[in-house]
Design a protein around this ligand. Sequence first.
Ligand code: 6PG
Length: 251
Amino acid sequence: SYEQKVFSFPDTDGVSEATCLYIEKLSQEYIAETGRFTIAFSGGSLPKTVSKYLVNSKKVDFTKWLVFFADERCVPLDDAESNYLLVKNEFFDKLPKDNCVPPQNIFPINASLVSSSEEAANDYEDSLLKAFVGKETLRYPQFDLLLLGMGPDGHTCSLFPGFPQIQETGVWVTSIDNSPKPPPSRITLTLPVLNDAHNVAFVNCGDQKAQVVKEILQENSTKYPAGMVKPRRGNLYWFMDDKSSSLLDRA
Ligand code: 6PG
């Protein structure tokens, strides 16, 4: 069973500040304990929101970070649609020169190197194996922190409601070629990987998410991929603005 906490702030800036404090604390904890911090970013609005204060943090040793991607679009890494490019522009490139993530600790999903999305998923699983196995001998890699976004349809990563990828338990990384959110071909971590993380944080802003937020957090709906995220041993935090949480009953 896991610990779930839900936080809401008046605006996106409040979400940025809170996620910064949260990530600082986790980063310090895991680096003290294991010498490194394994984190995965999602795309969409998340990289910008999360990076705003974090890039200026004096409490984080970014040289000890291993940065992964929770999902990626099958485009070249320098394409405007690439989640890697987004994280590069919003995060990696804004870190100070003397405290940045070493290039060998950045693990992009590079679908443009191979001929199919399936191959790209396999390749990424190999990268994860190298980074996690030896440190851990578990069925699934255990990320210290997964940063997840959610779409208004309840998707998270590139796991979309009603699509077969949400049933996948045999692999760590899978692909989709008919994504309802463009672009159609994408690579994504699978649900058992999300649910084996030490910590999972959803970062959501905007009123288009309010209905699904209510169904997941208040009605415990598991019909959405985001609602199927229930870490087996880890903690689940939701960071939202008041627009996203507007339909929740206030305590
Ligand atoms: C992607 C994302 C995706 C995203 C959600 C929320 O590649 O599109 O990783 O899962 O996180 O769609 O996006 P917004 O934060 O922009 O609403």
